[in-house]
Design a protein. Structure first.
Length: 126
């Protein structure tokens, strides 16, 4: 299944790829870019841009900085997550501090989630 997206967001997604946060760069270059299951950066889905997306596992990874913790942003993020979940996508969120303080744990959690989701998909097919 191909995901719908807003073509007008493509230039912004490209710009965001070039201006990743320190934590997004760390996760991408030191883990996700080499991960055996393909991830994409700044993937447009619907009217949103995700930080990272794995199509095979139907997994979105979001890295949240301090701007995500305001009341208005919490509501927006809740709407985004609801939209993604309505499309049968799973959203994993990590704080910048988690990337900074316990990178290995974050990588292990992503790996576990990908493997769990892929196993679930295999069981559905069989």
């Amino acid at each position: 299944m191909s995901l719908s997206y807003n073509e007008k967001l493509i230039p912004l997604a490209k710009k965001l790829r070039k201006s990743n946060t320190k934590q997004e760069k760390h996760l991408w270059y030191d883990f996700l870019s080499k991960y055996p299951v393909r991830f994409q950066r700044q993937k447009t889905i619907g009217n949103y841009i995700t930080d990272f997306y794995c199509n095979k596992a139907k997994l979105i990874i979001e890295i949240d900085g301090s701007q995500h913790y305001s009341e208005a942003n919490a509501l927006y993020e809740s709407e985004r997550t609801g939209y993604f979940e309505s499309m049968n996508l799973t959203v994993l969120r990590f704080k910048n501090t988690e990337i900074d303080d316990d990178f290995r744990k974050v990588c292990d959690q992503i790996d576990y989630k990908v493997k769990t989701l892929l196993k679930k998909e295999d069981e559905k097919r069989n």
